[in-house]
Design a protein around this ligand. Structure first.
Ligand code: ADP
Length: 274
């Protein structure tokens, strides 16, 4: 783990400082249990700014829980999580777990966008209003600014011609593209996609994956992608993490993971997709 450190890099010089990048997300020794069920076991994970990381692995292996911790939708049992150098969950040396205060959490959450399996659009609002809502209410942008941003995002996901319709009038794929626009409009530094296509009819999966690929290609945002679409993971991710039973069993660049899986568990898992 490379942490930018003003003091230590100063003496060594500028060259090192350029390569020493602070991770945008840092999980450190994270464990999570629900009662007796241990769902995550001592997870260490750094995500670099702009890095695209895909989580693959069997159902129930803890992938969603890892993402939900980052959104503070769940509380870790132990460990520390930082986003952009800001503490989200922090475990003190005495073992006590401390959560960031509300003001701080608000700021950290603003750096994270999340797209779920189910789109959760507001049914009584037009598409445009769905996307404008958070920039207006959370960022406090003027109506004009929020609208401009929202329209730009809706264009980006190919829905410029749907801004005045209501969610019920859209296909599942289109709804999911609205959900993506709604997250992107906040300009997060990290986007989490939790099985964004698994609730869709098969013929609608492609259009959503294409939109995500296009966003990934722009490069700036880090992404945490939970997916069962192996071809998609291979195309989009810089790094694949294979999860099983709450542990990262194996990780590496897509080519290595898919062409030369080392562990038997990963080999077995991948054989199901062939
Ligand atoms: P994945 O995303 O890999 O399918 P999850 O993180 O959703 O895995 O779930 C991991 C395990 O945690 C599963 O066994 C699931 O049933 C359990 N689990 C998830 N959320 C809860 C909860 N709120 N209460 C109890 N058990 C849970």
């Amino acid at each position: 783990k490379v942490i930018y450190n003003e003091e230590s890099t100063k003496s060594i010089g500028n060259d090192l400082r350029k390569v020493a990048v602070q991770p945008i997300v840092n999980y450190s020794n994270i464990s999570k249990s629900y009662g007796d069920l241990q769902v995550l076991r001592n997870i260490d994970l750094d995500i670099a700014p702009g890095e695209k990381v895909a989580l693959i692995g069997p159902s129930g292996s803890g992938k969603t829980t890892l993402a939900r911790l980052l959104m503070t939708l769940e509380e870790p049992t132990s460990g520390t999580i930082e986003v952009d150098g800001e503490m989200l969950w922090h475990q003190k040396t005495n073992g006590k777990l401390v959560k960031a205060n509300e003001k701080h959490l608000h700021k950290v959450r603003g750096n994270i966008g999340m797209v779920f399996q189910h789109f959760n659009l507001f049914p009584h609002m037009t598409i445009l209003r769905n996307v404008m809502e958070a920039p207006r209410n959370v960022l406090g942008l003027s109506k004009e600014e929020a609208m401009e941003r929202a329209v730009t995002m809706l264009k980006q996901v190919g829905l410029a011609n749907k801004i005045d319709v209501y969610p019920a009038q859209l296909s599942g794929g289109q709804k999911q593209r609205v959900a993506i626009a709604r997250a992107l409009v906040m300009r997060p530094k990290v986007m989490i996609f939790d099985e964004p296509t698994s609730a869709l009819d098969p013929e609608l999966v492609g259009e959503v994956l294409e939109v995500i690929k296009a966003i990934a290609a722009e490069g700036e945002m880090a992404m945490l992608l939970i997916t069962h679409e192996m071809d998609f993971a291979r195309d989009v991710a810089d790094r694949i993490l294979f999860f099983d039973q709450g542990r990262i069993i194996e990780q590496g660049p897509p080519k290595r993971i898919f062409n030369n899986p080392e562990s038997e568990r990963l080999q077995t898992f991948l054989s199901r997709f062939n």
